[in-house]
Write a protein that binds this ligand. Structure first.
Ligand code: AIR
Length: 159
């Protein structure tokens, strides 16, 4: 792949949640806060792998996004279903709706060999956003520098 021009891109990252409920929305907010901070063009959508599977499929097939972030609780099929329909990287975020989020974590992390989903921690939208940006940054030097600065600021905060 050639270099990505972040400023000229329309949508680079797609953030999809399984529901507009409070728990999912809070994780979406974590993700979008980081994407805003890094000035990444993104869009957010609500699609349920169980309740609206055909809408989800149509969207994935037509999306220009380079990376998908999929946020879901309970029997969280969303990231796995997205990953089954595209070879673009999919990052799954398990949401704590019930059982401390372990139900969603196991649903997302236990993908069968052949279809991969990068799974972050329960309710950890921040890491999902950072990982998505790191993937895009492979093709963008300016973004790489911004990530280094972000790490440096965090390091200073904890030292
Ligand atoms: N969900 C939606 N469709 C399939 C699943 N697993 C998830 C949502 C949300 C939870 O189920 O991502 O975290 C509960 O959704 P709701 O809309 O019933 O509140």
């Amino acid at each position: 792949m050639s270099d990505i021009d972040v400023k000229k891109s329309n949508i680079l990252i797609s953030v999809i949640a399984g529901s507009k409920n409070k728990a999912d929305r809070e994780v979406v907010k974590q993700v979008t806060d980081i994407l805003d901070e890094f000035e990444i063009p993104f869009e957010t959508k609500i699609f349920s792998a169980h309740r609206s599977p055909y809408l989800l499929e149509n969207y994935i097939n037509s999306s220009p996004a380079q990376v998908f972030i999929a946020i879901a609780g309970l029997s969280a099929a969303l990231p796995g279903v997205i990953a089954s329909k595209t070879i673009k990287p999919t990052i799954g975020v398990p949401v704590n709706v019930n059982l401390g989020g372990l139900d969603a974590l196991f649903s997302i992390v236990q993908m069968p060999p052949g279809i991969s989903v990068a799974t972050v921690g329960i309710d950890n939208g921040t890491n999902a956003a950072l990982l998505a940006i790191q993937i895009i940054a492979i093709y963008n030097e300016e973004l790489t520098e911004k990530l280094k600065l972000y790490r440096e600021q965090k390091r200073k905060k904890y030292e």
